[in-house]
Design a binder for this molecule. Structure first.
Ligand code: OGA
Ligand code: MN
Length: 274
């Protein structure tokens, strides 16, 4: 099989074909996949048949895996796999996270070292709805007017959990989240490119007046997910989609709850944004 890559959008995403992820990928192909991932921010592999072990094995080549704080939704016997699902068990209790984030976010940016990459595999998919949107934050940075680039350079934002984002966490889990300052512009450690780093967990901009913070945030909230930065992924069963949280904001979209959407996710540890 020859591996090919096809761009999915001007700024973000490539589809990788000719790779069977149920077997270990050879080192040369892996190096190409890794490079493309850091440059394109989102990679899509269609038609995969991934056991939890194969999913974990592939993800782990990018770095150590995280075990999500929502431990009630770990896959039995595979704590590294988080279940996203609207299925329920015999008692009617959710077996997975039903809503993984219907707002623009980058995963767990309210922690000191937010996740690097998330690897989401589609097991069951509704006939319509439930797409995932990905906005390139390389493109969002590049498109900033010059005066905004200099205005934002050096500023930090406070990321935390707030009224929009907290409801799915328990009080004990919330108590662990203190809020953390991250630069608004970060440099990608592998490519050296600058990316805007914001999203729904940003509560305010630090070391400026409240008025200035509001002013900056109202600009950024319109800017960071501008339509021309966005790739919409329409899921098929067997898709593995991986995204680089350092250069992407993403957004889950709703679907009709009479259908099942069932996915497995692994998550690779990240570093402190700089
Ligand atoms: C996630 C997430 C989007 C989706 O798993 O972090 O945001 O569409 N998922 O399920
Ligand atoms: Mn997410």
């Amino acid at each position: 099989m020859t591996m090919t890559m096809t761009n999915l959008h001007d700024h973000v995403g490539a589809e990788v074909a000719g790779v069977n992820l149920s077997h270990p990928v050879d080192d040369t192909s892996f190096a190409d996949i890794e490079q493309a991932f850091y440059e394109k921010s989102v990679l899509v592999f269609r038609g995969q048949d991934l056991s939890p072990d194969a999913h974990i094995g592939f993800s782990r080549r990018f770095g150590p895996l995280e075990v999500h704080i929502l431990h009630q939704y770990q896959l039995d016997g595979h704590p590294e796999v988080l279940v996203l699902s609207n299925k329920t068990d015999a008692e009617g209790k959710a077996i997975g996270l039903v809503d993984a984030g219907r707002y623009w976010h980058t995963d767990v940016s309210f922690t000191e070292t937010p996740s690097m990459g998330s690897f989401l595999y589609a097991v069951e998919i509704p006939p319509k709805g439930g797409d995932t949107l990905f906005a390139s934050q390389f493109a969002a940075y590049d498109a900033l007017p010059k005066e905004w680039k200099s205005r934002l350079g050096g500023l930090k934002a406070l990321h935390g959990l707030n009224k929009t984002t907290a409801p799915k966490f328990t009080d004990a889990q919330l108590a662990l989240v203190k809020g953390v300052a991250h630069p608004l512009i970060r440099t990608h450690p592998k490519t050296g490119r600058r990316a805007l780093y914001g999203g729904v967990f940003v509560d305010k901009i630090l070391d400026v007046s409240d008025t200035e913070s509001d002013d900056i945030l109202s600009f950024l909230r319109k800017h960071w997910a501008r339509e021309d930065f966005v790739y919409r992924h329409r899921w098929q069963v067997g898709d593995l989609v991986m995204w680089d949280n350092r250069s992407i904001l993403h957004h889950a979209t709703p679907f009709d709850g009479q259908y099942i959407r069932h996915m497995h996710r692994t998550t690779v540890e990240g570093e402190k944004p700089v």
